[in-house]
Write a protein that binds this ligand. Structure first.
Ligand code: ADP
Length: 643
């Protein structure tokens, strides 16, 4: 095979150029973080090499002492950050450094506002890593060679961050990566050794690999200068320390390193478990959701270590998907070092660690909810939608997850209110047996649904579930603390002891009286509905649609349809009419069959619309309405409607 020695100039992905410009502007006031990002990458590269070398010692190429180095060259005005980790091949450099492989990049750019303060926060969320070099450098040169390949496979990459980069294959005796920053003219502060040491201490003290800087010493006559290597960081694995030995700042900096986040976390959970299964967990809940949170396959959250040795990033085996927002490490004392992904799947110790870890996270969230409701509210706002999946994912902890849910309700009709199921039960009316809820597409559709009319009249609280995931939540959570959850759009309205007998009697009486009308309506709607009946559910609306007691909830059906799920023609609904509504009184006396038909279809379509549904034939609906308006304006006129 011939080596691709030729030099190429390639364009960055367009987004990268944009990202670079934005970052230089946004992060300028915090520019020193470039060093943290480069050290973080070097540390990851060393971690990876050590892991691969567990099964292939030759990768060390006779040099197993892994380190990082930072060097300053005042004459050339450069800073060099070097590691002897796993390195990259030419293709890897193109993939990792020339493209943003992260999912969510598009959303990120859409979310940008042009307002610098806001965008700075966004960029922090995105995590810019390597590119932060360009905040202080106007040219970056990277040399790298993958561990275990010949010296002829070295790579030189260079860019001024202006839209393109060059790449060529070079001779490279030593493995690992070296990043040379050619500082911008006004960045001389970073040529000061003490300044760089300060940054390393501040951000990267917890890095477990030695970070080495040359130390310049003078002899006693003050003239002879020798250069020694000195380790700048403490190299202690933060999670292995006792809780009392770690400061809040150290936790924060460690979080920023492992989570690639620029902001401090919301909270951390640090636990040591002793006994037959010994392990340590250090988890963080970020303060803000990352862009790719919705991706259930995103597995970067939790890193597994065995006796301080990094083994892998694999969120799925270590924590269930509904906790995928957690960042942190698990370090086991008993797992074998050569554990593979396949082994993780069926490992009893891993199962124990996983269930212990879930309990720790739930415990921490319960503590937050109880003692720091404001912070819990932030957590809920950012991650609630993902956390709700726990009702479906985690049967074993369903009750605990359910207690942590925060939902909107008619209690205050606020889309961002946070009602817990316990709050709801605490407010239940005397005689109320069920927890009532409505699911709908969006908050307004839920809040204004005609199905709520009787509940509002009687001041019975109803949960307003308006997020897509809610449908799955309620189909899995059928009861809470002995109280059944009941959809208000399903089945015959049964308010149990809350209904009053007079109302029921009246409805029964109305049903008998209106039997002929009900029949007439049924004839018009035909197969479209399962049944037509009189209801006392409504106070101001003329009619509504409800699902059969055993039928599928309408909103769920719609979601499944939207998701491309094949449906068996959909389940038929029940059309309920309000006997007290003036329109129905008018209908009763309507002699003109054509107009009667129009009225019935208008009422039916309105009922569909008001619950957020879509009409099969909106144009005919509009024509029918106009027909009615015309009748009001000019009683004798009639449009000729198409069939
Ligand atoms: P992130 O670190 O968030 O993935 P970066 O832009 O910093 O983003 O790096 C992109 C990728 O480039 C890394 O995930 C890694 O695969 C690769 N990379 C960066 N620096 C190094 C390095 N020093 N050694 C090996 N690979 C590296």
């Amino acid at each position: 095979m011939t080596v691709q020695a030729h030099k190429e100039t390639l364009g960055f992905q367009t987004e990268i150029k944009q990202l670079l410009d934005l970052m230089i502007h946004s992060l300028y006031s915090n520019k020193e973080i470039f060093l943290r990002e480069l050290i973080s990458n070097g540390s990851d590269a060393n971690d990876k090499l050590r892991f691969f070398a567990l099964s292939d010692d030759a990768l060390y190429e006779g040099q197993s002492e892994l380190k990082m180095w930072i060097e300053i060259n005042k004459d050339a005005r450069t800073i060099t950050v070097r590691d002897n980790g796993v390195g990259m091949s030419r293709d890897e450099v193109i993939d990792n450094i020339g493209t943003i492989a992260k999912s969510g990049t598009q959303q990120f750019f859409k979310a940008l506002t042009g307002d610098q303060a806001k965008d700075t926060q966004l960029i922090g969320q995105f995590g810019v890593g390597f590119y932060s070099s360009f905040i202080v450098a106007d040219k970056v040169t990277l040399y790298t060679r993958r561990a275990g390949v010949g010296p002829e496979h070295g790579v030189r990459w260079e860019s001024a961050g202006e839209g393109d980069y060059s790449i060529e294959t070079v001779e490279r005796p030593s493995r690992g990566t070296e990043v040379i920053l050619h500082l911008r003219p006004d960045e001389d502060e970073f040529l000061q050794e003490y300044r760089l040491r300060g940054i390393v201490k501040k951000y990267s003290d917890h890095i477990t690999w030695p970070i080495v800087m040359p130390k310049i010493t003078t002899d006693k006559d003050n003239n002879e200068k020798t250069i020694e290597e000195e380790v700048v960081n403490s190299t202690k694995a933060l999670w292995a320390l006792a809780k009392g030995e770690v400061t809040e700042e150290e936790y924060t900096e460690f979080y920023k390193h492992i989570a690639h986040d620029f902001e401090a976390p919301l909270t951390h959970i640090h636990t040591k478990v002793e006994g037959t299964n010994e392990y340590t967990t250090l988890f963080f809940i970020p303060a803000r959701a990352p862009f790719d949170l919705w991706d259930r396959t995103n597995r970067r959250g939790v890193k597994l270590y065995v006796r301080r040795i990094f083994i892998m990033d694999d969120n799925e085996k270590l924590l269930p998907p509904y906790l995928r927002f957690i960042r942190g490490v698990i370090d086991s004392n008993d797992l074998p070092l050569n554990i593979s992904r396949e082994m993780l799947q069926h490992n009893k110790q891993i199962d124990n660690i996983r269930s212990g870890a879930v309990k720790k996270v739930l415990g921490a969230l319960e503590g937050l909810a109880k003692n720091e409701p404001d912070r819990y509210a932030t957590f809920w706002k950012e991650f609630g939608r993902v956390f709700k999946e726990g009702i479906v994912d985690d049967h074993g902890n369903r009750e605990r997850v359910a207690k942590l849910l925060r939902l909107s309700s008619t209690h205050d009709d606020n889309p961002s209110s946070a009602v817990s199921l316990e709050d709801y039960i605490g407010r239940m009316k005397e005689g109320q047996e069920k927890i009532y809820y409505i699911t709908a597409e969006g908050f307004a559709a839920a809040k204004n649904s005609p199905h709520l009319e009787i509940f509002r009249k009687k001041e019975i609280e109803v949960l307003l579930l308006h997020e897509p995931v809610d449908e799955w939540v309620v189909s899995n959570l059928t009861e809470f603390e002995g109280k059944k959850l009941q959809s208000v759009t399903k089945g015959q309205l049964d308010l149990g002891n809350l209904g009053n007998d007079a109302e029921k009697k009246e409805t029964e009486q109305a049903s008998t009286e209106l039997k002929p009308l009900v029949e007439r309506i049924k004839n018009v709607l035909g197969d479209k509905v399962k049944e037509v009946r009189v209801t006392y559910r409504l106070t101001t609306s003329p009619a509504c649609l409800v699902a059969d007691e055993n039928g599928m909830d309408v909103h769920l059906e719609r979601l499944l349809k939207a998701a491309g799920q094949p449906m068996m023609g959909g389940s038929k609904r029940i059309f309920e009419i309000n006997p007290h509504h003036p329109l129905l009184e008018t209908l009763q006396t309507e002699q003109d069959e054509v107009r009667f038909n129009d009225w019935v279809w208008i009422l039916f379509d309105q009922a569909l619309l008001s619950e957020g549904g879509q009409l099969d034939d909106p144009a005919t609906f509009v024509n029918r309405l106009n027909q009615m308006f015309m009748g009001m304006v000019k009683p004798a006129s009639r449009l000729i409607l198409p069939d």
